[in-house]
Design a protein around this ligand. Structure first.
Ligand SMILES: Nc1ncnc2c1ncn2[C@@H]1O[C@H](COP(=O)(O)OP(=O)(O)OP(=O)(O)O)[C@@H](O)[C@H]1O
Ligand SMILES: [Mg+2]
Length: 325
């Protein structure tokens, strides 16, 4: 059976069928580098934490890295930045290979397909997506699977729009990027990304308010709501400003990109997915900006993905199954 794999800047998620159900295995896309010594090793062994030793370093991976960062008073590092392998992180490739192995496991048979999501070319930066895409393909091959890559926005379409035969617009609001694909019967007619997402919001709100990025992110993730009326000078107010900017930016670029092609005269539902789309009030703000700016297609409805964090992984699995037959 085939698998889906969402390699995101913050989360790596694998999806597969178990009976009639889709199950997900998730890890934080992060690691912790510790100096090797017997004490540290013993402590990790006692806590039953999986780690790898390389030279005189110990690497703790994924969710455990976050758990132990405070214990060791060290910051976690991330193999990816802005949707792709981080050029600033020399350990990026070996670490991400281990993380991927942790979630996908070994293939059950030769040639088993893994469908991976990859960002589309960003329109607001010169980030190179080809290198990332090709490296992910090579890693999956090395683990023993047959890779198949689709754009992250298309994965959202696969996940949520079976009822319109995969015609519609899928948007994944992630940590490092926002990815958009407009598809007609599963064929992308417009696909792009912008290098802005949850990290960009955290960073700018931190700069504006003098708080740390970690503090801002914690507030944002714990029940923050996008409201019309905000208190000036509050963190919530600053979050609302950057959320609004991100949404407007996406809708404007989508309108411009769609105007460059001749979209078929059918109805296009829009689906919102990704962790950044989770706050209450997100859909209402998106509705408002879409109505103001307008799109050169008929938008039939705006939906929120049933589980925004897992939508891309789910879509990858459906795409993989469709391909494997
Ligand atoms: N409940 C929440 N409210 C607001 N933001 C959230 C919530 N949960 C997660 N996030 C944010 O969602 C982002 C992670 O989402 P997601 O897992 O979709 O991204 P990713 O796939 O790892 O990144 P990318 O697709 O950009 O490479 C982070 O910025 C995180 O802070
Ligand atoms: Mg993502």
């Amino acid at each position: 059976m085939s698998k889906g794999l969402d390699v995101g800047t913050m989360n790596i998620i694998c999806s597969e069928m178990e009976g009639d159900e889709i199950v997900f295995v998730q890890q934080r896309n992060a690691f912790l580098e510790l100096d090797y010594n017997e004490m540290t090793k013993m402590m990790l062994d006692n806590a039953r934490v999986a780690y790898v030793i390389k030279g005189n370093k110990i690497y703790v991976l994924g969710d455990d890295a976050l758990r132990f960062a405070t214990v060791f008073k060290k910051s976690t590092r991330r193999p990816m930045k802005s949707g792709v392998l981080s050029p600033e992180e020399k350990e990026a490739i070996p670490i991400i290979k281990l993380l991927i192995e942790k979630v996908v496991g070994s293939p059950e048979y030769a040639g088993e397909t893994v469908c991976i999501s990859s960002p589309a070319k960003p329109i607001d930066s010169d980030i190179e997506v080809l290198y990332h895409r090709k490296t992910m393909e090579a890693l999956i091959k090395k683990i023993g699977y047959t890779p198949y890559v689709i754009d992250e926005g298309l994965a959202v379409v696969y996940s949520e729009l079976a009822d319109t035969s995969f015609t519609g617009i899928g948007i994944s609001f992630g940590a490092g990027m926002t990815n958009v694909t407009a598809a007609y019967f599963a064929a992308p007619i417009v696909s792009f990304s912008i290098a802005k997402g949850g990290d960009w919001i955290d960073e700018n709100v931190a700069k504006a308010t003098g708080m740390s990025r970690e503090q801002v992110c914690a507030i944002k993730e714990s029940g923050f709501e996008l409201k019309r009326e905000v208190e000036l000078g509050s963190v919530e107010g600053a979050l609302a400003i950057y959320y609004d900017q991100l949404i407007s930016n996406i809708v404007e670029n989508l309108a411009r990109k769609l105007a460059e092609v001749t979209p078929p005269a059918v109805e296009f539902p829009v689906v919102l997915a990704g962790g950044t789309s989770k706050p209450r009030g997100f859909k209402a703000l998106f509705d408002e900006r879409l109505n103001e700016i307008g799109l050169p297609v008929n938008v039939s409805e705006i939906r929120v993905a049933r589980d925004p964090l897992f939508s891309v992984a789910r879509g990858c699995l459906i795409a993989a199954k469709t391909r494997e037959g």
